[in-house]
Write a protein that binds this ligand. Structure first.
Ligand SMILES: *Cc1c(COP(=O)(O)O)cnc(C)c1O
Length: 466
């Protein structure tokens, strides 16, 4: 499989190169040159398969040429063997129509483990093939950071520098990053918002000299391999609810548009997806873009769902490219316009292409709280605030009631105990395997939000290329 950039001028690359590069050299994001197709028979054949076996079938076409199915199976076994639930991503029924797909049984209690545990394995395999070294630089609104650090801590050929917005991630989220004591892990608290931190990371990648000197790589969801890993659980869940004979809808608490884009990929591959609900909090750029065509950046407002407090959704570019007719040159112009004006209008082709599958909703604090209470009262389920945003949107979905609606449960409630206690009166406990998180010692640097400060810090500690 070859991959092309959304901005049309970077060279096409194979899966191994795309995984190690993250961002394309023209500033775009990589996508497969065509979607692999699964026939109804192929989908039917997934019935009853384990998560790992499903993962191998779904991902094999994407890694063809870089990994054999046997190699892929080994990496999936290593990655998903670390999950605390045998089903990896179990489904839980809430009422006759609504389901939750629990994606938080990995080591750091958020869905990002599903992709990052695999990405850690892929990095190690590809770097040892090449005898190469990587410097991972990333920005996190909370969950990516801990999941990425867990996935690469202690690996010899990788250093990781993770920026988080100081004071804007939960205590559990921060401690899951800053208590990991491995010589290749560096945590940096930035005096700014998540978008500021992400802009710094982008600037480091755009500095070609710096990027080459330290062989920078990304673990943010701009990395194609992450999205690929997330496609798997759409198949896994839909098959359990009757696909390919029956359509299934998904509601996805959305920030960077990675998770819900994986649902779009599943649909392009032939999975019968009735609708994809893009659920946002009050940081609603995606809701405005999908409902009105207005993609304009607002001020980030801090909420109880920090992993969705985002005003620029990197992966949206992938949808604009694919739904808008895959014209890289035109999209590069459009994105340059957005970077200059902080606003753009979607083209008619982009709007029409998106509206076939996507719908969207903006959920405020009250809506989130009511959904948490409903899940608790109706089904005895304690859900985290992010999942509750998804659930609130799912319950408002206007769809044939015979279609099952799956809300992606993106984090364990114990990651956000204060908000959950406020809504339900119940304080969720950390699973026992996390028990001593608050006793462990933290270590991190606090840096001003400037390119100079952060690059100087990284340059002093990273391993330069030979
Ligand atoms: C990252 C995250 C999201 C948003 O996912 P995107 O792929 O960025 O849209 C939602 N909920 C939780 C708990 C997350 O960690």
């Amino acid at each position: 499989m070859q991959y092309v950039s959304t901005r049309g001028s970077a060279p096409a690359l194979g899966f191994e190169d795309v995984t190690l590069a993250g961002l394309a050299s023209d500033g775009g994001l990589y996508l497969p040159e065509r979607w692999p197709g699964f026939s109804p028979g192929d989908i039917r054949a997934l019935a009853g398969l384990s998560y790992v076996e499903t993962a191998v079938r779904v991902m094999a076409p994407f890694v063809a040429g870089s990994l054999s199915p046997e190699e892929l199976r080994d990496l999936c076994e290593a990655a998903y063997g670390r999950f605390s639930h045998d089903a990896v991503t179990p489904l839980v029924q809430l009422d006759h129509r609504h389901w939750m797909l629990e994606l938080f049984h990995g080591p750091t209690l958020a869905f990002k483990d599903v992709a990052l545990q695999l990405l850690g394995q892929l990095f190690e395999r590809f770097l040892s093939r090449r005898d190469d070294h990587l410097t991972i630089v990333g920005a996190t609104s909370g969950d990516t950071g801990s999941a990425a650090i867990d996935a690469v801590a202690g690996r010899e050929k990788i250093d990781i520098f993770m920026l988080h917005p100081d004071g804007r991630v939960s205590d559990v989220q921060r401690r899951q990053m800053t208590t990991v004591r491995a010589p290749n892990v560096y945590n940096i608290a930035i005096d700014g918002s998540f978008d500021d931190a992400q802009a710094l990371v982008k600037a480091m990648f755009n500095d070609a000299g710096f990027s080459r000197r330290f062989n920078l790589s990304a673990v943010n969801s701009i990395n194609w391999a992450r999205l690929m890993a997330q496609v798997v659980y759409y198949f896994y869940a839909a098959v359990r609810l009757g696909a390919p004979e029956r359509e299934v809808a998904f509601s996805v608490p959305t920030g960077n548009f990675g998770d819900v884009f994986a649902g779009y990929v599943a649909a392009q591959m032939g999975l019968p997806v009735a609708k994809l609900m893009v659920a946002t909090n009050v940081n609603d750029i995606l809701h405005r873009a999908l409902s009105e065509g207005d993609y304009s950046q607002g001020q980030v407002m801090p909420t109880a769902t920090p992993s969705m407090d985002i005003q620029v959704s990197s992966n949206f570019e992938r949808l604009l490219f694919d739904a808008g007719g895959r014209d890289g040159k035109a999209l590069a112009d459009q994105m340059r316009g957005f970077e200059a004006d902080k606003a753009m209008c979607l083209t008619n082709a982009q709007r029409d292409g998106a509206s076939r599958l996507f719908t969207s909703a903006r959920v405020d604090a009250d809506g989130m709280t009511m959904a948490m209470r409903w899940a608790y009262d109706a089904a005895g389920q304690v859900v985290d605030p992010h999942s509750a945003v998804g659930l609130a949107a799912a319950r408002g979905l206007d769809l044939d009631p015979s279609i099952p609606v799956v809300t992606l449960a993106t984090a364990h409630a114990a990651k956000f105990p204060d908000a959950v206690e406020r809504a339900t009166g119940t304080r969720p406990a950390l699973p026992s395997r996390m028990g001593d998180l608050f006793a462990r010692e933290e270590s991190y640097a606090k840096l001003p939000c400037t390119f100079e400060a952060v690059t100087a810090y990284v340059a002093e500690r990273a391993t330069p290329q030979r």
